[in-house]
Design a protein around this ligand. Sequence first.
Ligand code: NAP
Length: 209
Amino acid sequence: MKIAVFGARGKVGAVVVAALADAGHDVVEIDVGDSVALEGCEAAVDFTQPDAVEGDVAACVRAGVPCVVGTTNFDREAVDGMAREQGVPVFHAPNFAVGAVLMVRFASEAAKHLPQAEIIELHHHTKVDAPSGTAKATAEAMGGEVEIHSVRLPGLVAHQEVILGGQGQTLTIRHDTTSRDAFVPGVLLALERVRELPPGLTVGLETLL
Ligand code: NAP
């Protein structure tokens, strides 16, 4: 497939570009200052920054190119609206690591029995948004009223702890992304499946598993 990668020189984008090339895809690399050449692309991936997503998706849907968005904390309503209007599917996962998807599922189950909980999410110091998209999705899956603490430090990649407290006990569910390679299988799966999705925005890796 010919696939465009927005944010190709970023930390995640560079890993995705290498993985797509290894899998035999023809990759169009797009980063700040590059022209947006989508001719002939069958799909696109975006790992940029929240305020860039709308423009990138607008270019994709105008060109009829289905798009997989990895960037977190963008305006989902706006993106869904433009994708529906142009009749093009767009897919977003707040976290493409399967372990993180399982963490959200386990936390949602645990919250039924231990309703008091807090989330600590820890990321590299260059991450621009807080709290993380995964932490927000976890809190939502747990019923909403869950406090989130954000830590930003060099040396970290992406980590999250969900701590649930009950009478005389605590339960901790923890996920660690030790390398950005963790996102690759999820991104490849989304790229394979995005064209079959309905027009508009579909959210969550769990919808594809
Ligand atoms: P990063 O290293 O800052 O990379 C972002 C790259 O995108 C930079 O090279 C940036 O260029 C470029 N860029 C910005 N606006 C652009 C545009 N309009 N068109 C093309 N390129 C553009 O960040 P990262 O760590 O790779 O993370 C990127 C995003 O992915 C963040 O929102 C992060 O939260 C998210 N993320 C999601 C997952 C997931 O599983 N869903 C996993 C990890 C990260 P400049 O540096 O020149 O601005």
